[in-house]
Design a protein around this ligand. Structure first.
Ligand SMILES: NC(=O)C1=CN([C@@H]2O[C@H](COP(=O)(O)OP(=O)(O)OC[C@H]3O[C@@H](n4cnc5c(N)ncnc54)[C@H](OP(=O)(O)O)[C@@H]3O)[C@@H](O)[C@H]2O)C=CC1
Ligand SMILES: O=C(O)[C@@H]1CCC=N1
Length: 280
């Protein structure tokens, strides 16, 4: 489905690189059919070209005109300028994907008009190794064919689900930001092991393999995490003691609060971008 298609990234930062790496590695597309552009950082364009074999250009006009699918990947503060720079080059035969957290579909549709198909996508940086879980929320002018083509592309960087836009904030809080919470857990497991006298390299391996093994157990056994947790927990044993400390120190509360705060921030960004200009 993606044969002979060209995908252009407007924005060449961490998220664009994670997606480029996943797409190229998946072999779903030829590297030369992927274009990246940014406004000013030439060194970065050269780095991505050398590392992934993609095409890189300073010309947003070229990147947009060549593309079947355009992917916006800049910070929300830069979105208005970016949309104004692509508007005159986009046609409604092209699909616009946007990975920006918070910015609502309505904002793109208002600026681009012209029945432009737009799909919000929330990936995470595990795209780099094809292990993202990404959500797609289609806008008013995105047809089933647009969604299927976008989903196919996004599946090259991991799992993909289609959701309603009003579920994007919580999806972002759990899965978009989620890798950072897990890295935080790994950092602290590793540090605790080092504090207990284990050598750094082994400590890292222990933390990573423990998280990886537990994730794979949930995935491969299809057992509920709570059921698997019970199998680890011997009555009055070490795990029970550890879990009691997690509870006493607000472990569950902390995880839920992290998701809520991230989702609230996503909502706050949406609200900033939903304000209509004052009528005078
Ligand atoms: N990082 C993550 O884990 C995730 C990020 N996201 C979303 O991805 C977006 C990008 O994040 P991230 O990659 O971390 O950000 P970065 O700051 O790493 O990258 C932003 C990129 O956008 C470029 N840029 C800015 N304005 C324009 C413009 N008008 N035209 C072309 N390029 C432009 C910048 O380059 P230059 O200044 O040279 O133009 C830079 O390459 C954010 O909106 C974020 O919400 C979504 C999911 C996960
Ligand atoms: O921190 C952020 O705003 C972005 C969105 C999800 C992950 N990183």
């Amino acid at each position: 489905m993606l044969e002979n298609k060209t995908v252009s990234f407007i924005g060449a930062g961490s998220m664009a690189e994670a997606m480029v790496a996943g797409i190229v590695d998946s072999k779903m597309m030829e590297a030369q059919d992927v274009i990246v552009t940014n406004r000013s950082n030439e060194e970065r364009r050269e780095e991505l070209m050398a590392k992934y074999g993609v095409m890189a250009t300073k010309s947003v006009e070229f990147a947009v005109k060549e593309a079947d699918i355009v992917i916006l990947a800049m910070k929300p503060k830069d979105i208005e300028a970016a949309l104004l720079s692509i508007k005159e080059h986009m046609t409604k035969d092209q699909v616009l994907l946007t990975v920006l957290a918070g910015v609502p579909l309505e904002y793109y549709q208002d600026i681009l008009g012209n029945e432009q198909p737009v799909i919000r996508v929330m990936p995470n940086t595990s795209s780099t190794i094809g292990q993202s879980i990404s959500a797609l929320a289609p806008g008013d002018h995105a047809t089933m064919d647009h969604v299927l083509a976008a989903k196919k592309l996004i599946e090259s960087i991991g799992e993909a689900v289609v959701i309603n836009e009003d579920q994007m904030d919580v999806f972002t809080g759990v899965a978009g930001s989620g890798p950072a919470y897990i890295y935080y857990v790994i950092e602290h497991l590793e540090q605790a092991a080092v504090n207990g006298g284990i050598e750094q390299e082994t400590a890292r391996k222990m933390a990573v393999q423990t998280v990886l093994g537990a994730s794979m157990m949930v995935n491969e056994t299809n057992e509920a995490p709570a059921a698997l947790r019970k199998k680890v927990t011997s009555p009055n044993g070490t795990t029970q003691a550890g879990l009691e400390a997690l509870d006493e120190n607000g472990g569950a509360k902390a995880v839920r609060a992290a998701v809520k705060n991230a989702a609230d921030r996503s909502k706050e960004i949406s609200e900033q971008f939903s304000k209509k200009p004052e009528l005078v």
